[in-house]
Design a protein around this ligand. Structure first.
Ligand code: TYM
Length: 327
């Protein structure tokens, strides 16, 4: 099975990205053919500083390799190194209805936050569909917030197949145990770089990690008998960072009414520090070898570009474009 997923290089990677997606990427690379993408074309919808974007692409590569993506087992490349993504996006845009795009909740949220709403924000799901379909990927490991985009990717693929003949598989999603990590300081909202104080970054120090967990909101006035969103969020994180025995222990305490949030937070903080400090150290080592990181990205881009060209040649032929003149 071929797997594809991506992340936007819009700042340091946080535990929501890790728990919701990247942890799965690391697992899946042992079993399947995996292609992972640092989506800098997508990032241009919100980042408009060339130097910053370039730096963030590199930082994302460091984060992902430090999390355990292994260049021997998977491909990790930068989207703009494979310009075929944009050509397929154009072709798919002619298979995409405005009605579908209008339904996208992420566009609504993002456009409410910005004064200048660029068209790229609106057509974003088309480029995302192109990313996946270019490699004819069958499985896409993502967090819950991307499910709607994946659903329209299937609609676009179906439309193309119907009009031009069977070409693309309809990609399915793969979720982790923590599909939606919530903001630590406001557990009714999704953890996100755009909410200050909501995250723990992979690069945060042990002290910051412990402090953020200690400060995490627990009681948010939930009705008695239901777990409050803040506590549910901590249990979610516990499932990612702690052992099944620890999870079972605190679940039992919660059910018997004996749970002290302070105890849970202490264990979660310690377990998180244990996992994240390993990633942080690996990241520091990688940061000493920028040439190696560059070499991994460029070798992956060369390999995936061959696959991309193959699909695009097929697609161009089906829609009626001639082969590109060689220069
Ligand atoms: P991005 O960069 O916002 O996030 C990368 C991955 O992290 C997941 N994620 C979360 N999971 C759980 N809880 C959270 N609070 C949380 N925040 C983020 C996201 O679901 C995602 O899996 N559009 C994509 C990037 C993309 C892509 C693709 C993904 C571009 N092309 C093709 C898959 C396939 C995005 O903005 O992810």
């Amino acid at each position: 099975m071929r797997i594809f997923s991506g992340i936007q290089p819009t700042g340091a990677i946080h535990i929501g990205n890790y728990a919701g997606a990247i942890q799965n990427w690391v697992r899946l690379q042992d079993e399947h053919e995996c292609i992972f993408c640092i989506c800098d074309y997508h990032a241009l919808t919100t980042v408009n500083d060339g130097e910053r974007l370039r730096r963030q692409v590199y930082e994302a590569a460091l984060d992902l390799l430090a999390c355990g993506l292994d260049p021997e087992k998977c491909r990790l490349f930068v989207q703009s190194q494979v310009p075929e993504h944009t050509e397929l996006a154009w072709i798919l845009s002619c298979c995409a209805s405005i009605g579908e795009l209008n339904r996208m909740t992420q566009f609504k949220e993002k456009s409410e936050r910005s004064e200048f709403i660029n068209a790229g924000l609106f057509t974003y799901p088309i480029l995302m569909a192109a990313d996946i379909l270019l490699y004819k990927a069958e499985l896409v490991p993502v967090g819950e917030d991307q499910l709607q985009h994946l659903e329209v990717a299937r609609v676009f693929a179906r439309h193309f197949n119907k009009v031009f003949g069977q070409t693309f598989p309809e990609p399915q999603s793969r979720l982790t145990a923590a599909t939606r990590v919530m903001a630590l300081n406001d557990p009714l909202k999704k953890m996100s770089k755009s909410i200050a104080g909501s995250t723990i970054m992979l690069t945060d120090s042990d002290d910051v990690i412990r402090r953020q967990i200690k400060r995490a909101v627990t009681d948010t006035g939930a009705q008695s008998g239901t777990m409050s969103p803040g506590v549910a969020n901590l249990f979610n994180l516990l499932k990612i960072f702690s052992s099944p025995e620890t999870v079972a222990h605190f679940e039992e305490q919660y059910n018997s009414g004996a749970l002290r949030y302070g105890d849970l937070k202490k264990v979660l903080g310690d377990d998180m520090v244990a996992k994240l400090s390993v990633i942080r150290e690996r990241r520091q080592e990688l940061a000493q070898k920028p040439e190696m990181v560059e070499a991994i990205l460029s070798s992956s881009a060369k390999q995936v570009r061959k696959m991309a060209r193959q699909t695009l040649d097929e697609v161009r032929d089906k829609v009626g474009y001639s082969p590109i003149y060689s220069i």
